[in-house]
Design a binder for this molecule. Structure first.
Ligand SMILES: C[S@@+](CC[C@H](N)C(=O)[O-])C[C@H]1O[C@@H](n2cnc3c(N)ncnc32)[C@H](O)[C@@H]1O
Length: 199
């Protein structure tokens, strides 16, 4: 059965509103952890000038492909590409060059060593003017930004003790040590943020 995420339907328009102007000049994008594929459908439709490459771990690929198949009837959405197998923990990353990378709601699911691996590898895929856009909940100065994020973190850790809402400062250190500079940090609904980095 085709997977479905209610939260994607709720946040896709607010995310699009912020990322669309940032991606006006961009031509190709890799989405990491595409999940169901609903974001990719929505964003690829709204930004036909971008070749949108979906990716995720093996278990998510079939679901993403189901969404793509449904929307690609009659040759529409030619800019939306079948999912690439990419677990950010893997040693060898796909040979792809893009000028943007987007990922939503993934850093708190990934283990910290996977987040580190992500930052260590993405530079190779990005052109010199490339940007990295990361949506999700984050902590600031070691503090939750809301009670609901604190409860969410307890739930995350009960599922997997190595999952956790990531701290903005730790991400900044990691990003800077891998050649990225923050250029925007947008407040988003439901205590989420959109962090924007350039190479
Ligand atoms: C909460 S879902 C978010 C999915 C989608 N981006 C969204 O916003 O609805 C987390 C996603 O991260 C992916 N993920 C978790 N660990 C990963 C890893 N090590 N490498 C790549 N993707 C990973 C999962 O497979 C899942 O699709």
């Amino acid at each position: 059965m085709k997977p479905y995420s209610e939260s994607c339907e709720e946040n896709k328009d607010v995310i699009l509103k912020i990322i669309q102007p940032l991606l006006l000049e961009k031509k190709s994008l890799l989405e990491i952890g595409s999940g169901t594929g609903q974001h990719a459908i929505h964003f690829a439709q709204a930004m036909p000038h971008i070749q949108w490459h979906t990716s995720d771990r093996y278990e998510a690929l079939a679901g993403i492909q189901m969404w793509i198949n449904e929307y690609q009837v009659n040759g529409k959405l030619r800019n939306l590409h079948s999912p690439i197998l990419l677990d950010v923990a893997q040693k060898h990353w796909p040979e792809l060059i893009v000028d943007a990378i987007f990922t939503a709601n993934t850093l708190h699911i990934m283990h910290w060593d996977e987040v580190q691996n992500l930052f260590e590898n993405i530079s190779e895929l990005l052109t010199d003017d490339g940007i990295l856009l990361i949506y999700g909940p984050f902590n600031y100065h070691g503090q939750y930004t809301s009670d609901s994020n604190a409860r969410f973190d307890v739930w995350l850790k009960s599922r997997d003790p190595e999952s956790s809402i990531r701290d903005f400062s730790a991400l900044t250190v990691l990003a800077e040590s891998n050649g990225f500079k923050l250029f925007a940090d947008y407040e988003m609904p439901a205590n989420n943020r959109l962090l924007c980095w350039k190479k």
